[in-house]
Write a protein that binds this ligand. Structure first.
Ligand code: ES4
Ligand code: ZN
Length: 326
């Protein structure tokens, strides 16, 4: 089965570039940028990656990305992810990034998008992997901060395929960003939003993402399995779900926990499987995530093929390009 998974052509839609920043690269970038990290070595850094919920994860993730300062840092980050992805037979990837965090440290938007864009072009030439970029709003920062990031990015919108919404959901409902999403859609960008599992007002957030933000996809979204009405709405809109089973694979419910991938398959929802933040999740990239998901959700080879076909159907590409993959 592991060999079948490794050999299958794959696509990935839910991976945070900053979440692919491996400990080794963190040390290398810190050295290059003259920063000192409070860990003796790579092993000690990895041992500090202990979290139990979304906020405790995010604290580690935001602390880790402080070494990203120069255009070449973003190049190296994106290039390393794309090389790894290509080595796992991922043919196409849409990658998130969190520019507000970098703007806060004084890194210009041009350096962030410029470095990633250069890496995408080189990786396509070197490894054949195609990719696109999704700008995420950090929902626990202010609405003004998100709008400033969007305005800084729109002059470079030819390098973006869409916008997303990530980070801490508590007190930060999708509706807070309705104006941002409307502006992004008016600029021709696709839209998606995180509705991570088991968050406060989780069903309300899914509804707002669909109705107020008019998303094309939902990132995670597992709690939809608790609402037949929202399942019907998602099907009417033909929405795709980018599930990351490593950290968000199970929905808490009163009886048994619900397995998200199994539940979505059984409901006929368009589910895709993704790695999220591999550097912080045991360095498990898509192949390892799929191996684990196959066991956890008892997936047959046929179901795995269906999931990867869903993935290529979820891609924000022209129908012409899609034909090459399918
Ligand atoms: C994230 Cl909400 C969420 N989940 C996983 N990774 C993330 N990176 C930024 N926000
Ligand atoms: Zn995510």
């Amino acid at each position: 089965m592991a060999r079948f998974i490794a050999e299958m052509p794959k696509a990935e839609f839910h991976v945070h570039l900053e979440g692919t920043l491996e400990a080794e690269m963190k040390f290398a970038l810190a050295r290059r940028n003259g920063l000192t990290l409070p860990y003796a070595d790579v092993a000690a850094m990895r041992r500090s990656y202990v979290y139990h919920d979304l906020p405790s994860f995010l604290a580690i993730y935001y602390d880790g990305m402080k070494v990203l300062l120069q255009e070449e840092d973003f190049y190296d980050l994106a290039h390393a992810y794309l090389a790894k992805a290509a080595s796992q037979n991922i043919l196409y990837a849409e990658m998130f990034f969190d520019p507000q965090e970098h703007l806060k440290r004084g890194v210009p938007m041009e350096a962030v998008i410029g470095g990633i864009t250069r890496a995408r072009a080189d990786a396509e030439k070197q490894f054949g992997i195609q990719s696109q970029l999704i700008l995420c709003f950090v929902r626990d920062l202010s609405a003004e901060s998100a709008m400033a990031a969007l305005d800084a990015a729109l002059p470079m919108k030819q390098h973006l395929v869409g916008v997303g919404l990530d980070s801490d959901e508590k007190g930060n409902p999708p509706a807070k960003f309705a104006a941002h999403f409307a502006k992004a859609r008016a600029a021709g960008l696709k839209v998606t939003a995180h509705c991570d599992v088991n968050q406060e007002n989780t069903l309300d957030h899914i509804r707002q993402a669909i109705v107020d933000l008019k998303v094309d996809r939902i990132d995670h979204g597992g709690n939809i399995l608790q609402s037949p009405e929202l399942i019907a709405l998602a099907k009417r809109r033909d929405l795709f779900f980018t599930v990351c089973p490593t950290f968000s694979g199970r929905v808490k419910s009163e009886g048994q926990p619900i397995d998200v991938v199994r539940g979505m398959l059984d409901q006929g929802l368009n589910v895709t499987i993704n790695s999220d933040d591999p550097a912080y999740m045991g360095s498990e990239y898509l192949n390892e995530v799929l191996v684990r998901a196959q066991a956890q959700s008892a997936l047959t080879q046929q179901e795995l093929v269906r999931i990867e076909r869903n993935a290529f159907n979820a891609a924000w590409i022209s129908e012409e390009r899609r034909k090459h993959f399918l």
